[in-house]
Design a protein around this ligand. Structure first.
Ligand SMILES: Cc1cc2nc3c(=O)[nH]c(=O)nc-3n(C[C@H](O)[C@H](O)[C@H](O)COP(=O)(O)OP(=O)(O)OC[C@H]3O[C@@H](n4cnc5c(N)ncnc54)[C@H](O)[C@@H]3O)c2cc1C
Ligand code: FES
Length: 261
């Protein structure tokens, strides 16, 4: 449906958990073209430093708007956190290849780690007609993002926390392991830190369950020009590397060489 670049007005930019914000941007063109798993490159302000755009998954779409869920980790996201409603920011998207829908009647299991919940929230909203189970892992209870902030209704999210302060005590992959043992075949969709995705891909491979993972690498251009987002391809892919911005960010769990990532 095309890629759009334009100045988008910030509709709101609310802190929804400590150092975690939801930014809503006015962008009817991107909102109507976006598919779950796709991302935008955002110029976080109009000045010189930071100059490079930053990549963010589309967490949801509204009436002519897109929602980004982000955690403050460095200079760019710090600038974003201070942005007020009404500010105009340059946005480019939707970019990349999103999630492929499941086959008819296939149950979907969504597995999120931290901010990896953003693209999966969009997926859960878009596939309300499908059978979806959702699990999400956080470091601690205070980091949990309430479902309603992401526009998710009617789907319970099973929680895991590293410190045991809410839900299952341990990594979200512990919950996944139990679900794969109990419930038989499902298709798994996942996004989160690389180490978590490696474990998700390995569990799914063991159980012979299809899985699609959304990778987050450092990106400079988002358009295939800088080669900065290369990840190692698994043997037999016919190439040594993939570019996350164009070949992904969503990949089959089997197509990545997790040992070299
Ligand atoms: C396709 C894609 C989708 C993404 N979606 C989201 C999202 O929905 N919400 C969200 O909060 N973040 C998301 N990210 C990560 C986000 O782009 C980075 O957190 C952001 O660019 C950091 O910018 P900064 O200037 O604040 O940090 P910097 O000052 O650039 O870096 C601060 C620290 O964060 C690390 N870092 C920077 N970029 C990334 C990255 N891409 N992945 C992992 N670590 C990184 C750096 O190595 C450094 O340690 C996504 C990344 C990609 C590639
Ligand atoms: S970010 Fe430049 S090639 Fe992927």
């Amino acid at each position: 449906m095309g890629i759009f670049e334009h100045k988008a007005a910030v509709v709101r930019n609310d802190e929804v958990a400590p150092s975690t914000f939801l930014m809503e941007l006015e962008s009817p063109s991107i909102a109507s073209a976006a598919k779950p798993g796709q991302f935008v490159m955002l110029r976080v302000w109009g000045g010189i430093d930071p100059l490079l755009r930053r990549p963010f998954s589309i967490c949801s779409t509204g009436k002519g708007t897109i929602l980004l869920l982000y955690r403050v980790v460095g200079k760019g996201t710090r600038v974003m956190a201070e942005t007020e409603a009404g500010t105009q920011l340059s946005v480019l998207g939707p970019l990349g290849r999103g999630f492929e829908p499941p086959g008819t009647g296939e149950d979907c299991l969504l597995v999120a780690g931290g901010m990896g919940i953003a693209p999966l929230a969009f997926l859960a909203r878009s596939w309300e007609d499908k059978s979806v189970s959702f699990m999400a892992g956080y470091g601690t209870a205070s980091q949990i993002i309430a479902s309603e902030h992401m526009g998710i209704h009617g789907i319970e999210i099973a929680l895991a926390t590293d410190d045991g302060s809410a839900g299952f005590h341990g990594p979200v992959t512990g919950l996944l392991e139990g679900a794969l043992e109990r419930e038989g075949k499902k298709i798994v969709y996942s996004c989160g830190p690389a180490a978590m995705l490696k474990r998700v891909a390995s569990l799914c491979r063991e159980k012979q369950v299809d899985c699609q993972v959304s990778l987050e690498t450092v990106m400079a251009c988002g358009l295939g020009a800088c080669q900065g987002c290369a990840v190692p391809a698994a043997a037999g892919a016919g190439k040594n590397t993939y570019h996350v911005c164009q070949d992904g960010p969503v990949f089959s769990g089997l197509s990545i060489d997790w040992e070299k990532l």
